[in-house]
Design a protein around this ligand. Structure first.
Ligand code: ATP
Length: 375
């Protein structure tokens, strides 16, 4: 008979082995901003699935919660202080839910937090994969997983978003409003270079540049830089589309796209169209990155006040954003496993849609994805 002392020793040994393994395991520091409305609900599920991926692939996540939200602002008057940016820089990534609340001036909290991170951390790439997992998800006739599988690189810190605007004679019938479009050589070069490098990683190496250089002459800089960099990447086929033609092509012939690079404003528009192509904003994920430095990962959707608190939010986009975060952190197996779990759940209709009409609650979808990942 095994003595109690021996059993105790064995338990102690395995506990210390486990602790040692934990100490040895890689650990990532993640800043978490749940935000408003459905933001905290979908972020909880993204973290659930992310932790499941960590256990499977051998890494930990240490999270720091940040309170920035409309509720926090209404209670304290605080938006997001600049000191938070320094704290994020001490983390490996920021995971964000969603911001926006009808009780506040439109855009106030989004500008403070989302734009605050993008500009404050100089996250010049907004990387948005457009991938249709199953034909039944897309409202666009003829869209299939074979034809809808591309990536959009949206410039994230310039263009009409630099917030250089003015009102003259405001509130009178003589009012004049202006807003400037600002492009820099440096800002244009770095994002187009990122897009070329991304195109090089794809089986079919093709990069489509989107602008409106015919009507808005400032975009001539964008085109010239595209041409200049093109000669550094001769294997990449170059394609040119004005933004209006691009929106038509995305619906009529999405198979022509591999990687698309667009200035901030047009990128915002074509990526929303891309989200519809892939089945709706409930499934669209995004990465805001400064390659090699830091990143903020968020679903494309807003705070959806109409369904907040009802457990109807679809967390697929938030989970997919955590997948993009792992890709950025170099945890490629974890990123792929998340993509596969989402693909499996959608193609088999275990998750029947990317909206709020799945017949499942938010946590059930998270549980399902975590289960598929660890199965
Ligand atoms: P914003 O200006 O922040 O984009 P919005 O209200 O225009 O806000 P969303 O908050 O994204 O945009 O909501 C648009 C619609 O999509 C709403 O009807 C919302 O319920 C729905 N929706 C958004 N995200 C989800 C989600 N994750 N799951 C289910 N439905 C969603």
């Amino acid at each position: 008979m095994v003595s109690q002392a021996l059993v105790l020793e064995a338990v102690k040994a395995s506990l210390s082995w486990w602790r040692g393994k934990q100490d040895f395991m890689k650990s990532y520091r993640i800043a978490v901003i749940g935000g408003d409305g459905i933001g905290p609900e979908v972020t909880a599920e993204a973290l659930k699935v992310a932790r499941a991926a960590g256990s499977k692939f051998g890494f930990n996540m240490e999270t720091t919660d940040y309170p920035w939200s409309a509720d926090h602002y209404l209670k304290t008057g605080e938006l997001m202080p600049d000191s938070a940016l320094d704290e994020y820089r001490d983390h490996d990534a920021v995971l964000l839910g969603a911001l926006g609340d009808p009780r506040l001036e439109p855009g106030l909290i989004e500008r403070a937090v989302v734009a605050g991170c993008r500009f404050g951390l100089d996250l010049y790439v907004n990387h948005r994969p457009i991938k249709l997992f199953a034909e039944h998800l897309s409202p666009v006739k003829g869209a299939t997983p074979e034809t809808v599988n591309f990536e959009v690189v949206r410039e994230n810190t310039e263009d009409m978003y630099v917030n250089s605007f003015a009102f003259f004679k405001k509130g009178t019938v003589d009012e004049v409003a202006t807003q400037e479009l600002i492009l820099t050589y440096k800002g244009t070069e770095r994002v187009i270079r990122y897009a070329f490098e991304l195109a090089m990683k794809r089986e079919k190496k093709k990069l489509t540049v989107v602008d409106k250089a015919n009507a808005m002459r400032a975009y001539d800089l964008w085109r010239r830089v595209f041409e200049q960099l093109g000669s550094e990447f001769p294997e990449v086929e170059r394609n040119y589309l004005y933004v209006d033609a691009c929106t038509m092509a995305m619906v009529e012939n999405p198979a022509q796209f591999e990687v698309v690079v667009a200035p901030n404003m047009f990128g915002d528009i074509v990526t929303d169209l891309g989200a519809t192509l892939q089945g709706g904003i409930g499934g669209a994920a995004s990465a805001n990155i400064h390659p090699g430095v830091c990143g903020m990962f968020e679903p494309v959707h807003g705070s959806a006040p109409d369904i907040a608190g009802k457990h109807l939010a679809n967390p697929v986009a938030a989970v997919a954003s955590a997948g993009l975060m792992f890709e950025f952190l170099g945890e490629f197996e974890a990123a792929k496993a998340i993509e596969n779990a989402i693909g499996n759940a959608l193609t088999t209709k275990k998750i029947p849609s990317l909206g709020s009409d799945t017949g499942m609650n938010t946590a059930e979808i998270g549980d399902l994805l975590a289960g598929l990942l660890t199965a």
